[in-house]
Design a protein around this ligand. Structure first.
Ligand SMILES: [Zn+2]
Length: 103
């Protein structure tokens, strides 16, 4: 007498995973805050160009949004205190600020 084959429970059907195409991500450093949306708005406002570079006649793609007046120095998340900035400029600026020129 052949044993009854063990019954396999049918696997529950998996909900279709949202097939999101790789969306552009400008780095995710600050989760939870509406920072990303604000950031996008600033980048769009500035035409995705680095403002410090533009000031010296250079055209460079901005990859970040920078606080014109650092938060440590009382600057806010206000649009008027934010500018699009490229990586090298941002790094240079951070270094200058880190040196603490007072201010
Ligand atoms: Zn720049």
């Amino acid at each position: 007498m052949p044993k009854a084959a063990p019954k396999h429970k049918p696997l529950p059907k998996l909900a279709p995973v949202h097939a999101t195409p790789q969306q552009e991500r400008y780095g995710q450093g600050r989760g939870g805050r509406p920072w990303r949306r604000l950031r996008d708005a600033i980048l769009q406002r500035d035409g995705f160009l680095c403002r410090p570079c533009a000031a010296v006649g250079r055209v460079r793609l901005a990859t970040q949004v920078d606080h014109i007046i650092g938060k440590a120095r009382g600057g806010g998340d206000d649009e008027s205190n934010l500018q699009s900035i490229c990586d090298p400029c941002h790094r240079a600026k951070s270094q200058t600020e880190a040196r603490g020129r007072g201010g």
